[in-house]
Write a protein of this length. Structure first.
Lengths: 162, 134, 180
């Protein structure tokens, strides 16, 4: 489970926002454990972003502290979390956001809409999975996924997964 | 719902996952008659079922030959699933149940399609009927 | 009787086609040429909050355009409705009375193809111009449902040898789908 959780950045698209680390305890192959700090840039497109906020604001003291620490260092971003439904007209903005982050930043697709279009698979205006627009490393299923599911997904990121 | 049912708080400021949470769907194969109702009613078209019929010959108990549906494939694509529960509600034979398990993210989309073996394995974490009605 | 309904009746009198009570607000049906005066009369009588403006497809009867108007303190509200013919779907704009309805008129134009005369910004919100159709019209078929094989179509019994009509999934009308 998450060892801690400091404020997650929730930007309007194009602005990574306060990227404060989310700390995960990861079990190592040798039986030990390590704490990994991830700077998460969140592209909150729709309802799934509510669960993203819930995951970020888990610790009451983090809510108070994190809001005061506002940093906008794009260099510190470790993962882009795309949560919510991406429409075809929004897709170029999402691609531009990803391009503005450091090269090779892994992407986590959070929720059914971001992974495959979800309930809007037959829509005239929805991108059927953001992996059509940005390279996705981890898919988290759910509608919406629990905050614990986000942590499970983050644990499977390349660089975090052991 | 009494106060005793309130989910327990965890030390990171969250809540324990309730037993009746809609985490993943499990299949009890012995109940499935391949009626295809769940696949037809799923709004996402994410349940993939294949089956065939077999004819069982007449014997002392059954005076006439009868046909039976046999399940070949039962898969749920969780990348599409919207966790509405229509499949579970519509199944006339109580073959589908909710389980609160939610940690099954994948590094590729195909990881999110669970075939019958994986669906059956989730049954271990599904609440029993008594727990559901508590 | 609601003061708003009375105000509308006083203003456009002969163009009021019906006053229909409902579970919520009363619905006042007016002729399309009285649309702007009716909204103006309601606004003058205190309905300065425009909740939404939308439409629905009534097939042979045309398109119904509906607006929900309310007083600021929610003490009174009404639904104003008009019907425009399918071959000439247009009605006067009301953005001069309620600026907030600009988004609604754009969305209604995009989804139904209804023209709002006097509103020169009806840019689509979420569809590409290349779509070339209005998605909420009842004759708009979601192509994905036609093209994608429906898992519910399968039958363990398979082809019994009798000629069997292909089962169409919900949302796909007769005549669409695999040809031959």
């Amino acid at each position: 489970m998450a060892d801690g959780g400091v404020l997650l950045g929730l930007p309007g698209l194009g602005v990574p926002g306060p990227a404060a680390p989310m700390r995960l305890t990861v079990a190592l192959a040798d039986g030990g454990a390590a704490t990994v700090a991830l700077h998460v840039a969140g592209a909150g497109l729709a309802c799934c972003s509510v669960e993203l906020v819930a995951a970020a604001l888990r610790r009451p003291e983090a809510r108070a502290a994190g809001l005061a620490e506002a940093g906008t260092e794009t260099d510190a971003v470790d993962v882009l979390v795309v949560s919510g439904t991406c429409t075809d007209v929004l897709a170029p903005a999402l691609a531009a956001l990803h391009a503005s982050l450091p090269a090779g930043t892994p992407v986590l697709s959070f929720g059914a809409c971001a992974s495959s279009g979800g309930p809007y698979w037959d829509s005239y205006s929805v991108t059927k999975g953001v992996d059509q627009v940005v390279p996705v490393d981890v898919y988290v299923p759910g509608c919406p996924p629990r905050p614990e599911a986000l942590v499970d997904g983050l644990r499977r990121l390349p660089g975090v997964a052991r | 719902m009494s106060d005793a049912q309130e989910p327990a708080a965890t030390d990171d400021g969250g809540y324990a996952v309730p037993a009746r949470s809609r985490g993943v769907i499990t299949l009890v194969e012995e109940n499935c008659t391949v009626c295809m109702l769940c696949a037809r009613e799923c709004p996402d078209w994410c349940i993939h079922i294949e089956g065939h019929t077999e004819t069982l010959p007449a014997d002392e108990v059954h005076r006439r030959p009868r046909t039976e549906n046999v399940l070949d494939r039962f898969a749920i694509d969780f990348s599409l699933c919207l966790y509405c529960g229509i499949c579970i509600e519509v199944c006339p034979f109580d073959a589908l149940h909710w389980s609160p398990e939610h940690e099954y993210a994948g590094t590729s989309l195909t990881d999110l399609t669970h075939e019958r073996e994986r669906l059956a394995a989730w049954e271990a974490t599904a609440p029993t009927e008594a727990q559901r009605d508590a | 009787m609601s003061a708003l309904v009375e105000a509308v009746q006083a203003a456009v009198g002969g163009h009021v086609l019906a006053v229909v009570p409902g579970f919520g607000p009363v619905t006042v049906d007016v002729a399309p040429e009285a649309w702007h005066p009716a909204v103006a009369a309601a606004a003058a009588a205190g309905a300065t909050y425009a909740d939404f403006l939308t439409a629905y497809d009534e097939l042979g009867l045309g398109f119904a355009v509906v607006a929900h108007l309310s007083t600021r303190d929610a003490s009174d509200h009404l639904l104003l409705r008009t019907r425009v013919p399918r071959d000439r779907p247009e009605v006067a704009t009301v953005v001069d009375l309620h600026r907030g309805l600009a988004w609604h008129e754009r969305a209604t134009h995009e989804m139904f193809g209804i023209g709002f005369v006097g509103n020169d910004d009806l840019t689509p919100l979420r569809t590409q111009p290349a779509l070339g159709a209005h998605p909420l019209r009842k004759d708009f078929v979601l192509a994905a449902r036609v093209a994608r094989p429906w898992p519910g179509e399968k039958d363990p019994a398979g082809d019994t040898g009798r000629a069997r009509r292909r089962t169409l999934p919900p949302g796909v009308p007769e005549g669409w789908g695999e040809q031959a």
